[in-house]
Design a protein around this ligand. Structure first.
Ligand code: ATR
Length: 282
């Protein structure tokens, strides 16, 4: 009998995760059998659980918030792109070695540019949040050569740290002097205009929390994206919609695209994503 490939998604909270159904769809396309579990962990049992998973024959893990930075130290090796992001959303066993990679950024850019036909070249981008989710997307956003990227965060020092780190990387990897990430507090945002606003905070995962964002931030915005996905609009998406932003999207397309990249790393099969992306909301 052929053994099932053992996979899982880990995070906290995790009950909302639709990763199992996405990967089961990919497995069906590939004609392979997988066992895909959804596991809620805490920071205190993360290391032990991950080690046992791989010791027990697990092949791959999808990592969601808030463990994208914590899991970095659990890999034997990390990819070049994860070396830059310092945050990973995938771990997998490759011939006995546990490799860490980050497929979030490529997933996001594929969804924006290919599926949604939204170019971000020469655009001014605001990224809200300075945690693992922001780290995961910044290098891929910078590669698209936007006019500028501003990172705003409730704790401004964290935005400053990440902006400094990524602006020096941008100047090393690109000839364009435009790719400068700078940092701001939420209050300072009222003095600026942005073509694209991305919510990479964890606020949308928690209904009791509020971003305290002023609607004026969207006054010149053509695209607002919440990295979170849900059946209904998140408060961030509602705010953008009220401000008449023409394109308001959530992270469903990005989730499917990053999952497809991860599935490829685990199995060598590149799934078709179009039907799943169109099925959002069902
Ligand atoms: P993730 O892996 O999703 O990025 P994280 O590393 O815990 O998770 O980061 C969460 C991000 O959401 C941080 O930027 C956090 O801001 P702080 O650095 O100030 O903590 C942001 N965040 C969480 N709750 C928030 C709130 N109520 N208002 C504004 N930002 C919030």
């Amino acid at each position: 009998m052929v053994k099932k490939i053992k996979l899982a998604v880990i995070g906290s909270p995790i009950s909302h995760s639709r990763s199992p159904e996405i990967h089961q769809d990919f497995a069906y396309q590939a004609g392979i059998d997988i066992e895909f579990s959804k596991v809620e962990l805490s920071k205190s049992n993360l290391d032990d659980w991950v080690h046992s998973f791989f010791l027990d024959g697990g092949k791959g893990l999808s990592i969601t918030l808030p463990f994208k930075e914590d899991c970095l130290s659990l890999a034997d090796e990390i990819s070049d792109r994860a070396e830059i992001t310092k945050a990973i959303n995938v771990l997998f066993n490759n011939k006995g070695k546990i490799l860490g990679d980050c497929t979030d950024g490529v997933g996001l850019v594929k969804d924006l540019t290919v599926n949604k036909k939204q170019s971000i070249k020469e655009k001014s981008i605001l990224v809200l949040g300075a945690g693992g989710a922001s780290r995961g997307i910044l290098p891929s956003l910078l590669k698209e050569q936007p006019k500028s990227i501003v990172i705003a965060n409730r704790t401004v020092e964290k935005a400053e740290r990440i902006a400094k780190e990524f602006s020096s990387k941008a100047s090393q990897t690109s000839k364009s002097s435009n790719l400068i990430a700078s940092s701001l507090s939420f209050e300072a945002l009222k003095d600026f205009e942005f073509d694209v606003v991305i919510n990479a905070t964890s606020v949308s995962t928690n209904p009791s929390q509020n971003l305290n964002l002023d609607e004026s931030v969207f006054r010149n915005t053509s695209l607002a994206l919440d990295l979170y996905y849900s059946q209904a609009f998140t408060p961030f998406m509602d705010l953008a919609d009220r401000a008449k932003v023409p394109n308001v999207i959530d992270g469903w397309g990005m989730l499917v695209e990053q999952a497809a990249e991860s599935f490829f790393l685990w199995t060598g099969f590149k799934p078709d994503t179009s039907e799943l992306i169109a099925k959002h909301g069902e």
